[in-house]
Write a protein that binds this ligand. Structure first.
Ligand code: PMP
Length: 407
C-alpha cells in the first residue's frame, strides 16, 4: 500500500480540530455519520455561490452548469462502485433506496405464500420496509440467525433459501457488530435459486472497495453521509432489467416524458423515472467531491488504515476487566459495540461526552439484533481513517476514568 500522511489527511477535516466540553474532540461515531473534508464543504459552498440553478430544465448557462455538476456526481459515484451511471438512481439515502425497491419492485410482485428472507443483523431500514410489504401482500418474513461471533449462519441461510423465497435482503457490513457478510457468495447462491437480492451497503462503501458487478446482487443501496458526503444523498444501484420493469414509486416533474390528462402520461427512462422533483443538487455536488476525496486516498488504503486502528482498539479493550465486545467475526470492520459489566451504556456515553469523546449508545436502529444479544443497549465506538492511535489511547484512558466514577 502507498504511504499516506494520515496526519495531513486528518487535517483535511475542519470539525476534528474543535473542542467539546473544553477537551479535544475524539469522534468515534462515524458509523452514525462521518465528518466531511474541506473539499466537500467547499464544493457545496462554491455551488451555491457560483453555479446554483435547477437541473435538467433551464437552457441558461447556470442551468447547464448545475446539470453538469449533478450528473458529474452520478458519473463519479457510478465509477466508484464499478457501475454505469444510468443504472444509478440518486436518492436521499439508503432508507429511500430500500423503500424504492420495496414499493416499486416487491409490492407489485409478492403475494401470499411468498417469503422475504432477512438476517438478524439488519438495520431497521432493511427490516421495516419489508414488513410493510409483507403486510400488504400477505408474504411472510423469515430470518437467518447468527453464530456466536456475530457472523451470519451460512448453513441456515442456505437451508432457508426455499422455493417460496422471492427476495433476500442482507447488509454488506453490520452497523452494530462490524461483521462483513460474504455478499458475493450469498448473491451467487441466491441467483442460482432465482432469489432477488438487495444489499444494504451503508456501512461498506465508506470503508472498503465496493464493486457491485463483482458482488452480483440485484440491488445495492448506499448512503452519502457516512462516506464524507452531505446528508440527504444516496443511491440505489439496480440491474437494468429491474429498472426497466419497475413502475415509478413517486410521481412528479422530471420523471416523465409527456403528461396527458387523458391518461397517456409517458414516463422518462430510468434512472430519471425514479427521480421526481428537484433533487438535492448541492448535496450531490458534495457527494462528487467526497468520491474524488476517497478515490484519491484509494479505498484499499482506507481499509488497511481502519483495520490497523481497529486492532489497536480491540487490543486495549481486552485489557479492561468486565468489558464485553459484541461481534468478533474474523475480518470485521472498525465498528466496536461494547458494554462494561455493571455500567449502563447510556451513563457511559454521557460521561465520555464530558471528556470530549463521541460514541453512540442505545440500540443502533437494530432492535432484533439487540434482542438476540440479550442486552437493552450497547456503547458503540466506530472508527474512520481520520482517527488516530493517540485518540484510541486517550479514549481508553477516559474509559478507565469514567468507569471508576460509575462503579
Ligand atoms: N442501513 C445501515 C446498516 C445503516 O447503518 C444505516 C444508517 N444508520 C442505514 C441503513 C440508513 O441510512 P440512512 O439513514 O442514511 O438512510
Amino acid at each position: 500500500a502507498a504511504t499516506i500522511d494520515w496526519a495531513a489527511v486528518r487535517a483535511d477535516f475542519p470539525l476534528l480540530q474543535r473542542k467539546v466540553h473544553g477537551k479535544p474532540l475524539v469522534y468515534f461515531d462515524s458509523a452514525n455519520t462521518s465528518q466531511k473534508p474541506a473539499t466537500v464543504i467547499e464544493a457545496v459552498d462554491d455551488f451555491y455561490r457560483r453555479h446554483n440553478a435547477n437541473v435538467s430544465r433551464a437552457v441558461h448557462q447556470l442551468g447547464s452548469e448545475a446539470t453538469e455538476a449533478y450528473e458529474g456526481a452520478r458519473g463519479r459515484l457510478a465509477r466508484f462502485i464499478n457501475a454505469r451511471p444510468d443504472d444509478l438512481v440518486l436518492t436521499s439515502g439508503t432508507t429511500f433506496a430500500i423503500n424504492l425497491v420495496a414499493y416499486s419492485w416487491a409490492l407489485p410482485r409478492l403475494k401470499a405464500g411468498d417469503a422475504i428472507l432477512l438476517t438478524r443483523m439488519e438495520h431497521h431500514a432493511n427490516i421495516v420496509p419489508w414488513q410493510l410489504v409483507a403486510e400488504r401482500t400477505g408474504a411472510r418474513i423469515d430470518v437467518v440467525d447468527l453464530l456466536p461471533d456475530g457472523s451470519l449462519d451460512i448453513d441456515m441461510l442456505h437451508a432457508k433459501m426455499t422455493g417460496a423465497v422471492k427476495l433476500l435482503a442482507v447488509g454488506h457490513v453490520s452497523n452494530v457488530l462490524g461483521t462483513v457478510n460474504p455478499v458475493a457468495d450469498i448473491c451467487r447462491e441466491a441467483r442460482r435459486r432465482g432469489i432477488t437480492t438487495v444489499v444494504d451497503g451503508s456501512q461498506a462503501l465508506p470503508h472498503r472497495p465496493v464493486d457491485v458487478a463483482a458482488i452480483g446482487c440485484d440491488f445495492y443501496a448506499l448512503t452519502g453521509h457516512k462516506m464524507c458526503a452531505p446528508t440527504g444523498t444516496g443511491a440505489l444501484w439496480a440491474r437494468r432489467e429491474h429498472l426497466e420493469a419497475m413502475p415509478p414509486f413517486i410521481g412528479g416533474g422530471e420523471m416523465i416524458k409527456e403528461v396527458r390528462l387523458d391518461g397517456g402520461t409517458v414516463f422518462n427512462d430510468p434512472p430519471r423515472k425514479f427521480e421526481a422533483g428537484t433533487p438535492n443538487i448541492a448535496g450531490f455536488v458534495g457527494m462528487g467531491a467526497a468520491v474524488d476525496y476517497l478515490s484519491a486516498l484509494d479505498m484499499h488504503n482506507v481499509e488497511a488504515r481502519e483495520q490497523e486502528l481497529l486492532a489497536h482498539l480491540v487490543e486495549e479493550f481486552a485489557k479492561i476487566e468486565g468489558l464485553r465486545i459484541f461481534g468478533t467475526a474474523p475480518g470485521k470492520a472498525a465498528v466496536v459495540s461494547f458494554a462494561i459489566e455493571g455500567v449502563h451504556s447510556h451513563d457511559l456515553a454521557t460521561l465520555l461526552d464530558l471528556e470530549g469523546m463521541a460514541v453512540r449508545s442505545g440500540q443502533h436502529c437494530a432492535h432484533p439484533l439487540l434482542q438476540w444479544l440479550g442486552v437493552s443497549a450497547t456503547c458503540r465506538a466506530s472508527l474512520a481513517f481520520y482517527n488516530t492511535h493517540d485518540e484510541i489511547e486517550a479514549f481508553i484512558a477516559a474509559l478507565r476514568k469514567v468507569r471508576t466514577l460509575l462503579a
